[in-house]
Design a protein around this ligand. Structure first.
Ligand SMILES: *[C@@H]1O[C@H](CO)[C@@H](O)[C@H](O)[C@H]1NC(C)=O
Ligand SMILES: *[C@@H]1O[C@H](CO)[C@@H](O)[C@H](O)[C@H]1NC(C)=O
Length: 325
């Protein structure tokens, strides 16, 4: 998209003088359509341009050398719907950088040097392209605010797995590209595996494992749950209390048998132990089979909910195993 190079500029703006007369166009940029469109591609910019017209709806900054996006830098551009920062060298985006961009729908950060998803992305966002960076983890908090997100491109990054429930909070999502990441085909990837199998949206499903060694170059979806995570099929639940028992009065532990299910050979009781009597307890670890969940034990309600969902997962894996041995 280099259609506003100087030659074209003359055509678009009738004369360079007309272009200059458009109010406060950042130097070197082109601002056709009365500043609704601000084109600053390939100008060697090292930071965001100053004096971008407040009316700007599309700001295109691809192929520059921008390294940081700071809080407040874009704050006044409340009418911005499209921001293109493709192929810069952005390493960091401050948490407040997109504050005030309440109409932003399309954000392209492809081909930068990000290692995390930007925080506090506007809820208005519909299309997010962060492909070709080195994002190594998906932050659930950042993702969960994106209630309008329809297209997510996060291919060619450094993801090793996706946290449980990552995509469950994105009701409008219809297209995701996750190819070309560093998928580790072990227990932690089961959420993604099952989500892909549910096949609810248009997406590339050719995700290759990079680890463990014996599964390298295998297609994730060609593998069985058993091959990915043998332990998940043996749900044994126990609780470890991290706090020292000496400094606390003995906890009253309420124990309930939630579900008893029949394994192929032996009876496996899936048990839940919830300690709701010790408010100073910092962490409760729950190990259903291979999973480890660390939960701040501030709110017993939370623990209970979390444990339930963990156990439900364990149960359904268990069922899967029984129906497809
Ligand atoms: C933003 O858009 C609204 C609605 O189109 C318009 O009324 C307002 O003047 C615009 N703001 C600026 C600063 O141009
Ligand atoms: C997903 O991204 C890869 C590059 O990593 C690209 O080749 C492929 O066409 C994309 N697939 C879709 C469905 O967009």
């Amino acid at each position: 998209m280099h259609w506003c190079r100087c030659g074209v500029l003359l055509v678009l703006c009738v004369s360079p003088l007309a272009c200059l007369m458009v109010s406060s166009c950042p130097s070197g940029c082109c601002c056709p359509r009365s500043g609704l469109l601000v084109l600053c591609e390939s100008l060697g910019l090292r930071s965001l341009p100053r004096s971008v017209p407040l009316s700007t709806s599309s700001l295109l900054l691809q192929e520059n050398r921008i390294t940081y996006i700071t809080t407040g830098a874009l704050r006044y551009l409340g009418n911005l719907t499209r921001l293109d920062l493709e192929y810069n060298q952005i390493r960091a985006i401050q948490p407040g950088a997109f504050q005030g961009l309440n109409k932003l729908e399309v954000l392209t950060l492809k081909g930068n040097k990000l290692t995390n998803l930007p925080q506090n992305l506007p809820a208005s966002l519909m299309h997010l392209d962060v492909s070709a960076n080195c994002i190594s983890a998906l932050d659930l908090v950042s993702l969960s605010s994106l209630v309008n997100l329809q297209v997510l491109k996060i291919n060619s990054n450094c993801l090793r797995s996706v946290p449980d429930s990552a995509f469950d909070t994105l009701p409008r999502l219809r297209s995701v590209n996750l190819t070309n990441n560093l998928w580790v085909c072990e227990c932690d990837i089961l959420y993604l595996y099952r989500w892909l199998l549910s096949g609810r949206m248009k997406m590339a499903t050719d995700l290759f494992c990079t680890e463990p060694d014996h599964l390298a170059h295998r297609l994730l979806l060609d593998l069985s749950v058993m091959a990915i995570c043998p332990h998940v099929l043996l749900p044994k639940t126990s609780v470890h209390n991290d706090a020292s028992p000496k400094t606390l009065k003995p906890p009253t532990v309420s124990e309930s048998v939630l579900k008893t299910s029949q394994n192929v050979n032996d009876k496996v009781a899936t048990r839940l132990v919830v300690d709701d009597s010790v408010p100073s307890l910092t962490k409760t670890r729950i190990h259903p089979g291979h999973f480890t969940l660390e939960i701040p034990a501030i709110c017993p309600q939370l623990i209970q909910t979390q444990v339930w969902s963990t156990l439900k997962n364990a149960e359904s894996f268990h069922r899967e195993h029984q129906s497809n041995p």
